[in-house]
Design a protein around this ligand. Structure first.
Ligand code: SF4
Length: 473
């Protein structure tokens, strides 16, 4: 089908990773600027198949360098409506990854693309090849698109001119779900676009829970399912409400079982700890449990530093992704912070103790006023000790949980020592938590204070050849 292109096009290239050594150029990404945007347009305003490039082409780019990069697609068709823009935009991610030698990560103004050296050596020397391949796939795979044209920009000043308008479009899309809630609808929407690299992922999009990639809201899911019911976005009848606080529905559970091939049969949409939503790897933000303060921190892709637990975003993303229910970590879209049901079964905002300053500024108006000043950033807390001091000084509501924990500990101390369970004391993880095997070493627990020896293991590997257990006299 793609003889006209100097590369193979196939879903089998999704998941292809292009490392720094193998890349010809890097486009957009965390160290540059860029975006992707799809706009619905009138039939007369779209010249089908047309490609425009503003700025240098691939052949003018220096090997091993980084460039800004934006992609704008105008689509038209009788069934094309504004609600479909996000869905088509998300398919740009998928279709660019079908191209051998291309790697497209993230979405919206977080896009990060690499073109491999090998692809360039085989003749991929112009963005026109890429744009034409993507336009061909748009029309083949999304028959409601009758006309499409592409404008790619590699000139920084042009991108800077466009980026504010583009962000305003994203914002307007996100605002649409504000007045609509899970209880107002009978149907949620599922998405399987990420199933190729996270086969057990179950993505459920509801009015109160935007997709974890941040690119698909409930209206987008509805529009996509309407025009292409056999496509990757589909309706999930809600079924019975099982638990309001955690957002558990029989219809979601049925789909969870089906989509994960039986691996999961329960998903609680607004829970952090118990049967949480799966995380494929496209999340914009990772939440991480901090057992030492019994609170939850959040870190986004743009934060290059280290969170108070000693880990960076990339390390935690590695723990979180893969389409699993990883208790203790949760991937979300930024807009979920704006949901009135945000992790409501685990305390909502009262459980949030830390986030990077930039992320906090981005969502500042959406944080309940009484807690805004009580959430630490990297300026307030760089490690667990400084986080504890900050939370104490600010009288963060999490302190109430510490008092409860202490009361429980005191009650336990009254039980004779031999009757105590052999668990470490301190701020224990909630009872239902089953940490992954590699979870605990990177999150040292606080010592108990009952004497003896405290051992803190940080990113340690412990090999034990033999254990001898002796009966106590
Ligand atoms: S993260 Fe979820 S909603 Fe977004 S593209 Fe992947 S499967 Fe679809």
């Amino acid at each position: 089908m793609a003889d006209e292109f100097p590369f193979e096009i196939s879903p089998m290239f999704e998941g292809e990773r292009i490392r720094k050594e193998g890349m010809h150029v890097e486009l957009a990404g965390p160290k540059s600027k860029g975006f992707e945007l799809v706009r619905a347009a009138d039939m007369n305003d779209v010249e089908d198949g047309r490609f425009t490039l503003i700025g240098p082409d691939l052949s003018d780019m220096e090997e091993g360098s980084r460039y800004p990069f934006a992609m704008i697609y105008k689509i038209a068709g009788e069934l094309v409506e504004t609600d479909l823009e996000s869905i088509v935009e998300r398919r740009n991610h998928e279709f660019q990854n079908y191209i051998q030698g291309m790697m497209h990560l993230n979405q919206r103004d977080d896009v990060w693309i690499r073109v491999g050296k090998e692809a360039v050596s085989k003749g991929l020397n112009s963005f026109e090849h890429i744009a034409k391949a993507v336009m061909m796939l748009f029309k083949n795979e999304l028959p409601f698109i009758e006309k499409v044209e592409a404008i790619y920009i590699t000139d920084m000043s042009e991108i800077e001119k466009e980026i504010d308008n583009t962000r305003a479009v994203y914002k307007a899309r996100d605002e649409r779900t504000r007045g609509l809630h899970d209880e107002d609808v009978d149907t949620f929407y599922g998405c399987t676009l990420c199933a190729s690299f996270a086969p057990t992922n179950v993505c459920v999009v509801t009015p109160d829970r935007i997709s974890l990639c941040g690119a698909i809201n409930w209206f987008d899911g509805r529009a996509a399912a309407k025009v292409d019911p056999e496509g990757p976005q589909f309706a999930i009848p809600k079924g019975e409400l099982i638990d309001d606080a955690s957002g558990e529905y029989s219809g979601v559970n049925e789909f969870a079982k089906k989509l994960s091939s039986g691996e999961y049969d329960r998903i609680k949409l607004h829970s952090f700890f118990e049967f949480p939503h799966t995380s494929c790897g496209c999340f914009e933000v990772v939440g991480f449990y901090i057992p030492e303060v019994d609170g939850i921190g959040w870190v986004d892709r743009d934060f290059a530093g280290t969170a108070p637990n000693g880990l960076q975003f990339s390390t935690m993303a590695g723990q979180t992704g893969g389409g699993k229910q990883v208790v203790g970590f949760l991937g979300i879209g930024v807009n979920y912070f704006r949901s009135p049901k945000f992790i409501q079964s685990d305390g909502g905002w009262n459980r949030v103790v830390w986030m990077p300053r930039m992320l906090k500024e981005k969502i500042f108006q959406d944080i309940p006023e009484d807690i805004r000043a009580k959430i630490a950033t990297e300026d307030d807390a760089k490690d667990i000790e400084s986080l504890k001091s900050f939370l104490t000084a600010k009288n963060h509501p999490i302190l109430e949980r510490w008092v409860e924990e202490e009361a429980e500990e005191e009650a336990e101390e009254e039980v004779p020592a031999k009757a105590q369970p052999a668990t470490q004391r301190g701020f224990a993880a909630p009872q239902m938590m089953q940490m992954p095997a590699n979870f605990m070493p990177s999150m040292p627990m606080m010592g108990g204070g009952s004497g003896g020896v405290r051992i803190i293991l940080k990113n340690a590997k412990v090999t034990v050849e033999k254990i001898t257990i002796l009966k106590e006299d």
